[in-house]
Structure formats: C-alpha cells, structure tokens
Design a protein around this ligand. Structure first.
Ligand code: GLN
Length: 188
C-alpha cells in the first residue's frame, strides 16, 4: 500500500517515518504525478497559508481536490486539518474545504504555548498528543464523528474518508493514530 505525504512544507519527515514504521510505502507528494496509485494521503502540520501557496503553485490544488472528491482517504494534522476544513472562523479564505467542520486557527495560542498531553481517542484508548499553535474545531457538521476532545472541544474528527486531528501524533512515537488512518485506507 502506497501512502502519500503532502511534502510542500511542514513536518513531512516525521509522517514518512511513522508510516514506514507501520510497513507501508510512504511517498512524498510534491506534484500531481505523485498522486497516482496512492491509497491515502497525509496532510502534515506546518503553516496552512504557506502550504496553500505552494499547493497552488505546484498544480496540486486542482489535482488533489479532484482526488479528495473522488474518495481518496486523507488525514490532516494541525495545518492539514485547516486545509481540509469547510470553514475557518478567523481567516478570510478556505483551502480544500471538503471536511464539514469550522476551525479556529491558532486557537491554543502561540508557539511558546505548545504542550503535550494524553487524549482519549475512540477505539484507541489513551494516546499522547502534541499541540503546537493548533486549530480547534468550533462546529462539526451532521456527518462528522468526533473521535476525541480536549477541554470539551473536538480535536479529532472523521467524516467518511476524511480524518483530521488538531494535534501532531507523528511527534510522539506512538503510531496508533496513523494505524487508524491506514485501516481507513484499506477499507476505501
Ligand atoms: N498555526 C498553523 C496554521 O495556522 C498550524 C500549526 C501547525 O500545523 N502546527 O496553519
């Protein structure tokens, strides 16, 4: 199984490593051709606005939008969640706009306010999670399942083939959240 990691910016390497540890073939995605034959794609953390500029410049905006509409499983972490969201409460534009949630960017504060905690995730138990200038989910649509919350706010959600987390599971060495995503990819 080949799983892509959007590699224009952000913490690409950590996701590639987590996927490799789970025995799948991870592939950095830098241009539309790299989408061929993927069973799923990870949209990493980084800076969503900078990532979007590069996504557009490489032609990935249209190509990946089409794949997402066609049902390609996707997992967005942090900035990746922002890229997938239908609504961003404190930003004038949206990006792929496919996941029916509203997010607030930088809702956990600044870089210095970063923290690590443990979250209870549906079906996985307690997992470690790192929050870095993380988005929080302020609204979830009807078809969206909340898999985990932090202080009463949804921080991991799934809508069909789309999975998103406010936090960074790839920075913890615990691969259960990635494994959850791989199971989604196997079923699709
Ligand atoms: N604050 C970033 C953004 O708005 C996301 C931070 C992250 O991915 N760690 O895009």
């Amino acid at each position: 199984m080949k799983i892509g990691v959007l590699a224009v910016q952000g913490d690409v390497r950590e996701h590639l490593k987590a996927l490799a540890r789970l025995g799948v073939e991870p592939r950095p995605v830098l241009k539309p051709e790299h989408l061929a034959g993927l069973s799923g794609i990870v949209l990493p953390g980084g800076e969503s606005t900078a990532m979007w500029r590069l996504i557009r410049a490489t032609g990935l905006a249209e190509a990946l939008r089409e794949e997402l509409a066609g049902g390609l499983p996707a997992f967005g972490t942090c900035a990746g969640m922002i890229l997938l969201a239908k609504e961003i409460t404190n930003w004038p534009e949206t990006f792929f706009g496919v996941l029916d949630i509203a997010v607030e960017r930088n809702a956990t504060g600044r870089q210095v306010d970063s923290f690590e905690t443990r979250l209870s995730v549906d079906g996985l138990g307690e997992v470690p999670a790192v929050f870095i200038r993380a988005p929080l989910v302020r609204r979830v649509g009807k078809g969206v399942d909340v898999l985990s919350t932090w202080e009463g706010q949804p921080v991991m959600v799934r809508q069909g083939h789309l999975l998103a987390a406010s936090f960074h599971p790839e920075l913890t060495g615990d691969t259960r959240v990635h494994e959850y995503f791989l199971n989604m990819c196997r079923k699709e």
